[in-house]
Design a protein around this ligand. Structure first.
Ligand code: UDX
Length: 443
């Protein structure tokens, strides 16, 4: 099939590459000349396992190309995906300017009937707005090709996006247009083997499903983070509690990890946007408000732990391991590390940080801040530091050289925001260790 993908960011790029991989002819349109040039040269500007190889292979096979030329791209596809960003506006609402601009571009250059598929995360009712914008644009051109708009939210996790696209839990299609749905079923057939994954619903329900799923996952995390604080007070271990809870099938084992708070491009933004939609409709979503507040508190927990152990932090040097909001990405958006850094610098501490992948992104983002150094070796970060704080659970942090940690730190203190180690093992290594919601070493 001939497919056009508007927006070569995270979502658009993964969608375009994976659809080309299954034999479709895909043209990706973007307005960013530098990005398009990079992609044409086979370079993927984001860190996502498997994506660059897939882009190169499909480009070489002639099934995937990138362009700045809207007439060329819109003229190509029978199915046109919108996968542009929906950044948060000041009031927390999702900013739809890029989505609506994409709709206008479609209307301007369309040369026949089309199915427009919205993959961007958008507020309920956007499919109708997109359809109205396209129809108005076509009317100006005095043509009336039939255009259906399908809401098809993405559920991609950074670091596993290619795999999530190729092996989805579900494929949500929001539309009441039978022929559009038929086309979408054919397009998604390769990803729908063994068991029916396609769920057809109305567009508004599809749009809300995306927000609801992310809000539910954020809720689980904030709930566990609150319970972790309670576990510390009552002398329980949140990791044991998590295992006990998770083995109830109704609860399940996923997304129950207490930690440094959730970050990333989706949860914080989507929670804010859903709260905003609630307010627009006169509804206070109280559970979700509490989820958001608990997460803001959680991002400060590690610094409070440091203060309890070390006293005032002015003049101290703190080593950080992990800056990305989670492993396998270089993404720093809403990362707990940024709050930890801010709080430490505010208190007059210096920070020496290490991240195996996000160092370059972090240097670019934090270059104007005095008091932070980013180093390229995990152990070099420890030299002369008063404590090590672990913020991201990169695999290489799971079994570090504890002897080096102990000897290179000025004080043998680890504050672990990801509960990677066991307190009694740390005590045996001569380290003072405190996780989140767990018993600490005694000293
Ligand atoms: C998320 C959703 O999982 C995905 O379906 C959606 O399409 C986009 O948003 P992503 O933002 O890539 O994906 O990250 P995810 O792996 O879900 O983690 C989000 C945050 O929650 C991270 O900061 C992570 O550290 C934190 N987290 C996750 C916890 O603190 N505890 C957990 O148990 C799980």
């Amino acid at each position: 099939m001939k497919v056009t993908v508007i927006g070569s960011g995270y979502v658009g790029l993964v969608t375009g590459a994976c659809l080309a991989q299954t034999g479709n002819h895909v043209v990706c349109l973007d307005v960013d000349a530098a990005k398009v040039a990079q992609l044409q040269a086979g370079h993927v500007p984001i860190h996502e396992p498997g994506l660059e190889a897939m882009v190169r292979a499909n480009a070489a096979a002639g099934r995937l190309r990138f362009t700045l030329d809207a007439a060329d791209a819109i003229g190509h596809g029978r199915i046109l995906f919108i996968g542009v960003g929906t950044p948060p506006g000041e009031d927390g609402s999702a900013d739809l300017q890029h989505v609506l601009a994409a709709a206008r571009t479609i209307a301007q250059y369309l040369i026949g009937p089309a199915v427009v598929v919205n993959k961007s995360t958008v507020p309920v009712g956007t499919a109708d707005r997109v359809k109205a914008v396209i129809e108005a644009g076509l009317a100006e051109r005095q043509i009336d090709y039939p255009v259906a708009v399908v809401s098809n939210p993405e559920f991609l996790k950074e670091g596993a996006a290619v795999d999530d696209f190729l092996r989805p839990d579900r494929i949500v299609l929001g539309s009441e247009d039978e022929s559009a749905l038929q086309l979408m079923r054919t397009l998604y057939a390769p990803f729908n083997r063994n068991r029916e994954r396609i769920q057809v619903m109305d567009a508004r329900s599809a749009e809300l499903t995306k927000y609801a799923a992310n809000a539910m996952l954020a809720t689980r995390i904030s709930f566990m983070n609150e319970l972790a604080a309670l576990a510390e007070q009552v002398g329980a271990d949140i990791e044991q509690v998590r295992r006990g809870m998770g083995s109830d099938e109704r609860i399940g084992t996923h997304f129950l990890y207490a930690g440094a708070g959730y970050g990333g491009s989706c949860f914080p933004k989507d929670v804010r946007a859903l709260l905003h939609t609630g307010r627009e409709h006169g509804l206070q979503l109280g559970v979700l408000e509490a989820v958001q507040a608990a997460n803001a508190r959680q991002k400060r927990v590690l610094v409070q732990k440091l203060e309890r152990r070390l006293g005032p932090l002015a003049g101290r040097t703190i080593a950080l391991w992990g800056l990305a909001f989670k492993p396998n990405t270089d993404d720093l958006r809403e990362a707990p590390s940024l709050v930890v850094i801010e709080e430490l610098l505010e208190r007059g501490a210096s920070v020496v940080a290490y991240d195996p992948v996000a160092a370059t992104a972090a240097r670019a983002q934090l270059h104007d801040k005095a008091g932070i150094t980013i180093v390229d070796d995990a152990y070099a970060a420890l030299d002369g530091a008063d404590a090590l704080v672990i913020i991201t659970e990169w695999r290489e942090f799971r079994t570090p050289d504890f002897e080096q940690i102990r000897s290179r730190l000025r004080q043998p203190l680890i504050i672990d925001g990801r509960n990677l180690y066991e307190a009694d093992e740390m005590a045996a290594q001569g380290l003072v260790y405190e996780g989140v919601g767990r018993p600490s070493t005694r000293s």
